[in-house]
Design a protein. Structure first.
Length: 152
């Protein structure tokens, strides 16, 4: 508390003389502040040295300053590549499914035509005549319609 009162009294009264103890304390405090400032801050180099470039210091300083930009560019590039790869995979899948659909349509058409060919009356009669074990014969009389009166 006494130091705070001394400091506030010194700020209020600029003309009061400072004793030797306070002067030493101020000097040590200033030296500590200077030392902390020198340790934490890097001095900006106005000249670029060849040894800094070969040693990697130049590149490391550049990367450290632009770290968030580099991370952003890498993330956008990764998203672009992943999206493009996924679109290409989807296009390959779509073309494969279209080929499968065309093949299924041809197979269906082929099966339908085979069934139609086998179900023709002439083919059925020929199969019945070939088989002696069947007792089926083709009709000699044309089919006729039986009309059943509806109840009212």
């Amino acid at each position: 508390m006494a130091k705070q009162e001394d400091i506030t009294s010194n700020t209020n009264e600029q003309a009061t003389p400072v004793d030797g103890e306070q002067q030493e304390e101020r000097l040590t405090t200033l030296q500590k502040i200077k030392q902390q400032a020198e340790e934490g801050d890097e001095a900006p180099s106005s000249s670029l040295k060849f040894s800094d470039i070969l040693g990697g210091e130049f590149l490391w300083t550049l990367v450290r300053k632009q770290a968030w930009l580099i991370i952003l560019v890498v993330a956008i590039t990764w998203a672009y590549v992943a999206t493009r790869y996924q679109c290409q995979q989807d296009a390959i899948d779509i073309s494969q499914l279209e080929r499968d659909l065309v093949n299924a349509k041809f197979e269906s058409l082929s099966s339908s035509s085979n069934l139609t060919r086998k179900c023709r009356q002439s083919n059925v009669l020929m199969m019945l005549n070939r088989e002696d074990s069947t007792q089926l014969e083709s009709g000699v009389h044309p089919p006729f319609i039986i009309e059943i009166p509806q109840e009212k």
